[in-house]
Design a binder for this molecule. Structure first.
Ligand SMILES: [Zn+2]
Length: 352
């Protein structure tokens, strides 16, 4: 008995020890299990986080990069300007400053229709402008060019400030000049050439946005400048045609904002570079006579711009021969190719 009791005591002790060891083992397994589970959870959280952050970054970029474009649907009523077409290319800056707001024929807006109060329904924008396109390599933003086909069907004579630095005002927008022989309104010609320019730029892989693709808009020259600002365009190209009291006056010209205006001082140099390239290429493409480059202080469409901007005067619609030529499809194609080539050079060298 004693012996048995002793042995049973011993076996009890042994089994207690075993139980303790078993319990220790289970505890260790439990610790290992939980540690593993926690680590796995942490790993999953880190994985999700890295996936989320790598995806959301480009989306954010895309959103901000293209956020200027939805601004094309400006809610307020728009109206516009007297023809800035009444440009006086070739004038010195001092002369420009003295220039009367309504100088040549193009400025004499004969459109007396009352401005429309209807909300602006802008046309669908060019597809490229809603998508942020990247070069795929370094993630560099593809430059955007904003084309502004001058004028619209109905002018708007409501005044608007010529720029942030002045109290001077000008009508918001005019309907422009008109072809003496073709009887085509300037706003029609401007859009025809602008559409061809859009195609030429697109073919070169340049993103394009348009301030209008219909004549039924009510966009002041200031608002047009703001569209370029909002889109953070590398260049805004305004397309116009000239008018003059003399039917002999002819030739194309390219205008850019003057350094003398504080508001456009920052973009004057780049604008000048773009204007010079475009004029040179226009000359090569068309062989037409030109009136050169002109710095301007008096154009609302320039003075409200925070991005490089130029205005191409395609030629004089008040000159019978030039008026007819400006409507020829072949000549329009030459104009578009010349302007596109100049823009391309600017983007590759002077632009961003
Ligand atoms: Zn014009």
């Amino acid at each position: 008995m004693c012996h048995k009791r002793q042995s049973s005591l011993l076996s009890n002790k042994r089994s207690d020890r075993l139980k303790v060891m078993e319990a220790d083992g289970k505890g260790r397994i439990r610790i290992i299990y939980w540690t593993g589970a926690v680590m796995l959870l942490l790993l999953l959280i880190m994985l999700c986080w890295s996936l989320f952050s790598s995806r959301s970054w480009p989306q954010e970029q895309a959103f901000y990069s293209s956020s200027g474009l939805p601004a094309l649907q400006l809610p307020e009523q728009r109206t516009d300007l007297p023809d800035e077409a009444q440009l006086h290319p070739g004038m010195s800056e001092q002369e420009e400053r003295q220039a009367a707001p309504s100088g040549n024929g193009a400025e004499n807006d004969t459109d007396t229709d009352a401005p429309s109060n209807k909300p602006v329904q802008l046309p669908p924008v060019f597809p490229g402008q809603t998508d942020m396109k990247r070069d795929g390599e370094g993630g560099i933003e593809v430059p955007l060019v904003m084309i502004d086909p001058g004028h619209q069907r109905k002018g708007n004579n409501e005044p608007e400030p010529v720029g942030p630095d002045t109290n001077e005002t000008k009508p918001k927008v005019s309907s422009g000049t008109m072809g003496v022989r073709t009887k085509k309104p300037e706003y029609v010609l401007n859009l025809e050439v602008s559409e061809r320019l859009k195609d030429e730029l697109t073919a070169r892989g340049i993103r394009v946005a348009m301030t209008r693709e219909t004549h039924e808009v009510n966009l002041s020259n200031k608002q047009r400048a703001e569209l370029g600002n909002d889109a953070r365009a590398s260049l805004v190209v305004r397309i116009h045609a000239d008018g003059d009291a003399s039917p002999k006056t002819r030739g194309l010209s390219v205008l850019y904002p003057s350094r003398a205006v504080p508001a456009t001082k920052a973009v004057a140099e780049k604008s000048f570079q773009a204007a010079a390239f475009v004029l040179e290429q226009l000359q090569l493409a068309t062989g037409s006579s030109n009136r050169g480059l002109a710095a301007r202080t008096d154009l609302s469409g320039f003075n409200w711009s925070k991005v490089p901007v130029i205005l191409v005067e395609l030629g004089f619609m008040t000159n019978p021969e030039e008026d007819v030529q400006l409507s020829e499809p072949d000549y329009q194609l030459k104009l578009a190719k010349g302007i596109a080539e100049g823009i391309d050079r600017f983007l590759k060298t002077g632009g961003e």
